[in-house]
Ligand binder design. Structure first.
Ligand SMILES: Nc1ncnc2c1ncn2[C@@H]1O[C@H](COP(=O)(O)OP(=O)(O)OP(=O)(O)O)[C@@H](O)[C@H]1O
Length: 228
């Protein structure tokens, strides 16, 4: 499903962010990406989304080698990968419904499909009764659920979550984890970068740990492994 072979990334001025990364994630896996600040987690996710180019190595997403993907084809890759961020990134002037519908309008889904799909996804993340609200009227947990709904509304095979619980209190964070786990159980591969020790320790999923740009640990049913 996702494979990196010998991936290295050197930023301008010789900053080595990733060194010789090798791993494979199977369809339907739930994987935590952990490591100290500056270890290379964001760079790793950006390379998957083709927001950054690796300096060396090969990446496969699905059956496709995306390393040399043409600019024209990048939007198609991004349709197969939904993304959720720590800071939600909702459109403030659109309602919950419109925020989610917008992701379908961008890929030119028909209005009939949108009318069918958006309420279904809002139901799945537990926001049916918030459809007409604007982001400023929502709690942090609700905002994150909108952003998850938007990320999955086009049925991506992979969901990337970059610190999705970073702005949430522990109880709300767990609600978000339940939603992510549910999405994973429906077959979506989930890759989550996080500093949330308690969550990683409790969930007992695969853990890939990066330090100074290298994979230092890749464990099935792993723990967070750091004290922060
Ligand atoms: N655009 C850039 N140009 C130059 N150096 C960069 C750039 N982006 C990241 N870096 C450097 O690459 C290294 C890895 O950074 P990265 O943001 O991938 O780490 P991270 O693990 O995501 O950190 P955090 O947990 O704080 O988000 C760091 O040394 C960082 O300063």
């Amino acid at each position: 499903m996702i494979e990196m072979k010998n991936i290295s990334k050197v930023y301008p001025k010789g900053i080595q962010a990733l060194t010789n990364i090798n791993f494979k994630i199977e369809k339907g896996d739930f994987v935590f990406l952990v490591g100290p600040s500056g270890a290379g987690k964001s760079t790793f996710l950006k390379i998957l989304l083709k927001e950054e180019e690796p300096t060396e190595g090969t990446i496969y997403v699905g059956e496709q080698n995306i390393t040399k993907l043409s600019t024209r084809k990048i939007p198609y890759l991004r349709r197969t990968i939904g993304v959720v961020f720590q800071d939600f990134r909702l459109l403030p002037n659109k309602t919950v419904y419109e925020n989610v519908a917008f992701a379908m309008q961008i890929i030119e889904a028909s209005s009939k499909e949108i009318r069918r799909q958006v309420p279904m996804i809002l139901g799945m993340v537990g926001l049916s009764d918030r459809a007409a609200q604007y982001p400023h009227q929502l709690s942090g947990g609700e905002k994150q659920r909108v952003s998850i709904a938007r990320a999955i509304v086009n049925n991506p095979s992979i969901l990337i979550a970059d610190e999705p619980t970073g702005n949430l209190d522990p109880e709300t964070a767990w609600e978000i984890m339940k939603v992510l786990r549910q999405i994973n159980r429906r077959g979506t591969t989930v890759l989550m970068a996080t500093h949330a020790k308690d969550i990683v320790d409790m969930m007992q999923q695969r853990v890939i740990a990066l330090e100074k740009g290298r994979v230092v640990r890749d464990q099935q049913r792993g723990a967070y492994g750091y004290e922060d």
